[in-house]
Design a protein around this ligand. Structure first.
Ligand SMILES: *Cc1c(COP(=O)(O)O)cnc(C)c1O
Length: 426
């Protein structure tokens, strides 16, 4: 049976699931999604997901499998690795991690012993839970010390990083963030790591697509290890991590992931992402990366124009952290008011937040998803002003109704994946 025919059968066999998928597509179409960590995956990059490769067990690495029949699957994985190395100009790549978080655990297990000290960014200042949060495996297994941002500038305090590195002599220094809008000084981090003999590890999950597009500087020349997911600014399938590293760490990292943590890799995901890596080398993707940043700046300016305060003074990436307390008491309320008018984002703590994380003083917003849909600076600025107006008049049902209509009209003008981003065949 062909795919379309199977979908018809499924529609009759499991109406519940078919309806849910239809409703979700409609939700994604009719709202303005400014969640900074989401994207609409490129159709090319997802079309091999769940396909023929999903049936193949390929435990092990290319040329070193534990089952037969792997000649073609080896070529798939090698193509993914070679493309990734070319894209990021790195010495070695592993594409088997089931998620970026699992990849991060493998990296730590590869180069650290339980109880070793790591130095990473404070979660509430923009770090990630897999960098030593107390409730995560990394925080339970390793001794995590955290640096944060400067109270005045709200940007990473390199003097504090240096002071903590000298004081605690960490075995690993981690940077890479989930809600930090500024560029990171990888050269300075690398120099500090070298001076105390620490491994320098960059988690690029959020910014990776911008680096791949050449829109912001790459950490690869400075870091010993770089990890990432592939579904955020990378605009590829969810459910997979990548690890880039120096040649001398390759064996340790490979073994820590398989068989140290995982069994057989998902080969369909590897094939799908190999397509993604090729797509990222096209001029369409390079243009996408630059547009994402221009759009984030426009979104930030729209918020500013309505009297909102931007954490760290603005953005140089795809995301903006907004302190909403000028207009509405908490980030939680802001998230709810915005969702009620069709603008989807998430509450987010701000550095030195006086609110608990469950309420938060901010929201995190970003441009990757709406850029994929085709919005440009003018519309993104307008989205920023609609955010500000909705938060200012959060108690006024009439104003909110009016904004809800504008949001619906604006969303209806865009497809989920704009034609302009589809690479030309070559
Ligand atoms: C999102 C994110 C991850 C997690 O990626 P998953 O593939 O969902 O596990 C890891 N690190 C950072 C910094 C992130 O922002």
């Amino acid at each position: 049976m062909e795919r379309e025919e199977i979908m018809n059968v499924l529609g009759k066999f499991d109406l519940e699931m078919t309806m849910l998928a239809k409703q979700e597509e409609e939700r994604q179409r009719s709202t303005i999604n400014i969640i900074a960590s989401e994207n609409f995956a490129s159709p090319l990059s997802t079309c091999l997901e769940g396909g023929i490769w999903a049936n193949k067990n390929a435990e092990g690495y290319p040329g070193k499998r534990f089952v037969a029949g792997c000649e073609l699957v080896d070529r798939v994985e090698n193509l993914a690795i070679e493309r990734l190395k070319e894209l990021f100009q790195c010495e070695y790549a592993n594409v088997q991690a089931m998620s970026a978080t699992v990849g991060n655990v493998a990296i730590m297990n590869a180069v650290l012993k339980p109880g070793d000290t790591i130095l990473s960014m404070e979660l509430s200042h923009g770090g990630h839970l897999s960098h030593g949060a107390s409730f995560h495996y990394s925080g339970k297994t390793f001794n995590a010390i955290h640096y944060g941002v400067n109270r005045e500038t709200e940007q990473i305090d390199m003097d504090e990083v240096r002071r903590l590195a000298i004081e605690h002599k960490p075995k690993m220094i981690i940077c890479g963030t989930s809600s930090y809008p500024r560029l990171i000084d990888y050269a300075a981090f690398s120099e500090i790591a070298k001076s105390v003999g620490a491994v320098f590890f960059v988690d690029l999950a959020h910014n990776v697509g911008l680096v791949a597009a050449g829109a912001i500087p790459s950490p690869v020349p400075y870091a010993d290890i770089v990890s990432s997911s592939t579904h955020k600014t990378f605009r590829g399938p969810r459910g997979g991590g990548i690890i880039l590293c120096k040649k001398e760490l390759a064996g340790k990292i490979d073994r820590a992931l398989f068989p140290g943590l995982q069994g057989a890799a998902k080969m369909d995901m590897i094939a799908a992402r190999a397509v993604l890596f090729k797509e990222c080398m096209t001029k369409e993707f390079k243009r996408y990366g630059k547009q994402v940043i221009a759009n984030a700046v426009a979104l930030a300016n729209g918020c500013l124009a309505e009297g909102l305060r931007l954490v760290a003074g603005g953005t140089e990436t795809h995301l903006v952290v907004v302190d909403v307390t000028n207009l509405i008491p908490t980030g939680k309320q802001a998230e709810e008011v915005l969702a009620s008018i069709g603008i989807i984002c998430n509450k987010n703590g701000i550095p030195f937040d006086s609110q608990p994380l469950t309420l938060a003083s901010g929201i995190r917003i970003g441009s990757p998803f709406m850029t994929t849909r085709g919005m440009k600076e003018k519309e993104m600025f307008q989205v920023g002003t609609l955010v500000g107006q909705a938060l200012r008049y959060y108690n006024d049902a009439g104003v909110l109704d009016n904004i809800r209509k504008k949001v619906a009209d604006l969303a209806a003008r865009y497809p989920l994946f704009a034609d302009e981003w589809m690479p030309k065949a070559n």
